[in-house]
Write a protein that binds this ligand. Structure first.
Ligand SMILES: Nc1ncnc2c1ncn2[C@@H]1O[C@H](COP(=O)(O)OP(=O)(O)OP(=O)(O)O)[C@@H](O)[C@H]1O
Length: 360
């Protein structure tokens, strides 16, 4: 049984359609990340599941129950917001137990749940403190604790780490992953941070304009994007795109562009490769290798810029007007303006139909 099942969901704000016929199944125990640019509808979808806004049409099931029109408190969800939303006058213990107290949960049961959440989140020492006496990371752990004590079927996270500095964000991200490993609860997590999505998710749903573009395991999203939007959204720097066309040549299939020719005969085409079809070749920076000019190579280019990243380098090439990012080992720095060869790993390319931008 799916923990969350959404069918044909429609959400409108006034006359504007925000989500249109959206379908989504989140399995029991899954960590699903909703990823996409600002305004794509991630929060709208999460808030619809939480019951924080009225949907226009469709059906939302949580743990097998139709909750489309149910109150948030009757949905067996625990929610964590970006802005912690703690009560400033209450200490940590009372903040965590507040929802249980107003719902009349017996005292000893409240004590058991708060202790369990405090143990899991290492908050035992902080139970008597007020939010103002906590760091940002500790406040967010209290907010997570408040969701945990509900012992809900599904946890919903709305960009919970965005208010934290980079170091705390990395720490709390690891803690969240550990938490999911221990609890095996169903979690739905909204972010526009691709690193959070890649590291936390069992599956990522990439959204754009109120539609789910692709829902898959992180590695599949990264290596086999279904369209150019998904391909370009993940990776830093993003995937390189070369415009060109396919050519059939003595049983081989070649991709030819102004700056490179790549033998793509081994590519797993989903549709027949048509000679002359306008095509975009996508290749990630780590799948291009810099070569000496006289070696076997895909093309030649001039180095325009080198960005040292610590563990690796990003070298920007100008390949006859086409800009290409290449990721290489930190000790392979070459000077700007040098002309070099480069090789594209044909086994790692993604090919897209240029007019529709869909994967070939
Ligand atoms: N109350 C509202 N009235 C009208 N339009 C709204 C309202 N709330 C959100 N929208 C619109 O709905 C769309 C989706 O918004 P939503 O907040 O779900 O996006 P998001 O992907 O979560 O973005 P962000 O990452 O910036 O929070 C946006 O175009 C937004 O302008």
């Amino acid at each position: 049984m799916s923990s969350v099942c959404i069918e044909d969901l429609q959400v409108r704000m006034g006359h504007v359609s925000i989500l249109e016929n959206l379908r989504l199944k989140v399995d029991e125990g899954e960590f699903l990340v909703l990823l996409g640019p600002s305004g794509c509808g991630k929060s709208t979808l999460l808030h619809s599941i939480a019951g924080l806004l009225d949907v226009h049409d469709g059906r939302i099931e949580i743990a097998g129950e139709d909750v489309t029109w149910a109150d948030p408190k009757d949905r067996s969800i625990g929610m964590v917001f970006q802005s912690y939303a703690l009560y400033p006058t209450m200490n940590v213990e009372r903040n965590m137990s507040f929802g249980l107290r107003i719902n009349g949960v017996p005292k000893d049961e409240i004590a058991r749940r708060v202790k369990r959440a405090a143990d899991i989140l290492h908050l035992g020492e902080l139970l008597q403190r007020k939010p103002s006496q906590l760091s940002g990371g500790q406040r967010q752990r209290v907010a997570i604790g408040r969701a945990l004590v509900r012992e809900a079927a599904v946890f919903l996270f709305d960009e919970p780490l965005s208010n934290l500095d980079a170091k705390l964000r990395t720490e709390l991200r690891r803690e969240l992953k550990q938490l999911h490993k221990e609890l095996r609860s169903t979690m739905i997590y909204v972010t526009h941070d691709q690193v959070e999505a890649m590291t936390l998710a069992s599956r990522i749903a990439v959204m754009k304009d109120g539609r789910i573009q692709q829902i898959d395991a992180p590695a599949t999203i990264y290596h086999r994007p279904v369209n150019m939007f998904v391909a370009g959204f993940l990776g830093a720097p993003g995937m390189n795109f070369l415009e060109g066309q396919l050519e059939r040549d003595h049983g081989r299939v070649l991709f030819r562009s102004a700056c490179a020719t790549v033998d793509v005969s081994g590519y797993a085409f989903q549709h027949t490769a048509v000679h002359g079809a306008k095509t975009v070749l996508g290749i990630r920076p780590e799948h291009i290798t810099l070569k000496a000019l006289n070696g076997a190579q895909t093309g030649s280019a001039r180095i325009s810029l080198v960005e040292p990243m610590g563990a690796h380098l990003v070298t920007w090439l100008d390949a006859h007007g086409q800009s290409l990012a290449v990721q290489s080992a930190a000790d392979q720095e070459m000077p700007p303006d040098q002309v070099v060869g480069f090789e594209i790993d044909a086994s790692k390319v993604s090919l897209f139909d240029a007019p529709t931008q869909q994967r070939l």
